[in-house]
Write a protein that binds this ligand. Sequence first.
Ligand code: HEM
Length: 454
Amino acid sequence: MSAPTASIPTVPFREMLRLRRQADRVAMLLDVPRRHGPIARLRIWGGLIHAHVVTDPGLAHAVLVEHADAFMKGLGLSYFMRPLLGNGLLSNEGDPHRKQRRMMAPAFMPKRLADYATTIAERSEAAQRAMPDGARVDASAAMMRLTLEIVGATLFGAEVGAEADEVHAALTAAMDQLGRTLRAVVPIPPTWPTPGNRRGRAAVARLDKIVYGLIEARRRSPVERNDFLSMLLAARDEEGGRMDDRQVRDEAMTIFLAGHETTANALAWTFYLLAKNPAARDRLEAELDAHLGGRTPALADLAKLPYALTVFKEAMRLYPPAFVVARRALRDVEVGGHLVRKGELVIVNIIGMHRSPALFPDPERFDPTRFAAEAERAIPKNAFLPFGAGPRVCIGNHFALMEGHLALATLAQRVRLDQPPGAPDVEMDPVVTLRPRGGVPLVVRRRPVEAPAP
Ligand code: HEM
């Protein structure tokens, strides 16, 4: 390793105080690069831990891609989320991670998407039908329900129907506990017998009962199915070995969790931005009317709905569901001429890059045309990272883009969602993902869409 020379500025203590208030954490992620540059050091937990905030495409590439093997996940995933996710892909490390990633890859290949697209469109149609004209909806809760249904059906097939409500309740309870833990200035370890941890463990036990039940039923059932669970059970490594039930449970739980809240937030923010930007919404509706004319969209339609995709991507630029990704250095490592020592954290500041004026001109403006074909090619490499990068890039990225695109097209064709008069701006709530604080209250206007001629 050549001697790294560049020194890293330290964020002063008075600025660090903002970390205590959840509401200020995003503002801080936006401020740190403006005040201190592309890499800055935070001393957290009384200086016990050093974290480097990296807000630069080249440095992000160095951490996530070039020196990926010098890092493991941050404490949130590797420690606090273990009881829920076990050794699933999101929290696994090293060789076991590489092996699992290879085994899981076929289930996420673009050619498998057709199997999932019909489910996504059907569930999205049901969601829009449940929105009567004039009703007030919380787009955040509605999108959470929708994406949970979609991931439940694509993961477990129809069987989960009866247990869906229980899964939802248990998963919400487990995530709420996790949220409380991670919101605290000094998080309490999940093994301590606090009332909150007990509630969290009870929720995980309820989830386990359901998931193991589904695995057992499926192992006994001879019928071939096109869902994730079948693929997890059928997956083989190079030696022909398969996953044991515990690993299948961990992977299923991981897909369940990673696969719904992120997409739900992206869609909720999308509808919020469309409500605030009527010109973009008009253009989206015109595209949907011209191409679909009332038909339920299918996978093959998406290529004809390019503007809808740019809307979804631009929403993820302004409100990236995974607003940071964190890593811990396994050894001393040089990152773009800066020394990161073994044990130190690196926070790749995705929202900071997405809202940087150097990378996205007039960054606060909602402008989907940034992602139109030509313009998108001009975006600096690794500046737009909603799915991360490198060997741990989101394995569900094609699925998520297709899901967001298809759900948006299906819903926006039938309903127009407006902010109630005088409604305040929705603030960001950075917990595990970037949630809208207090939800996204919107009013439904049904759109008169001509049914296609028979
Ligand atoms: C808009 C939606 C989504 C966003 C923004 C998102 C974002 C991300 C990001 C940033 C990572 C990397 C985390 C890191 O490097 O620390 C990741 C990993 C992952 N995501 Fe997604 N994701 C989305 C949807 C999905 C979906 C739909 C699924 C599954 C159906 C999924 C499954 C996973 C899994 C399993 C990993 C771990 C991959 C690994 O470490 O090998 N995600 N996601």
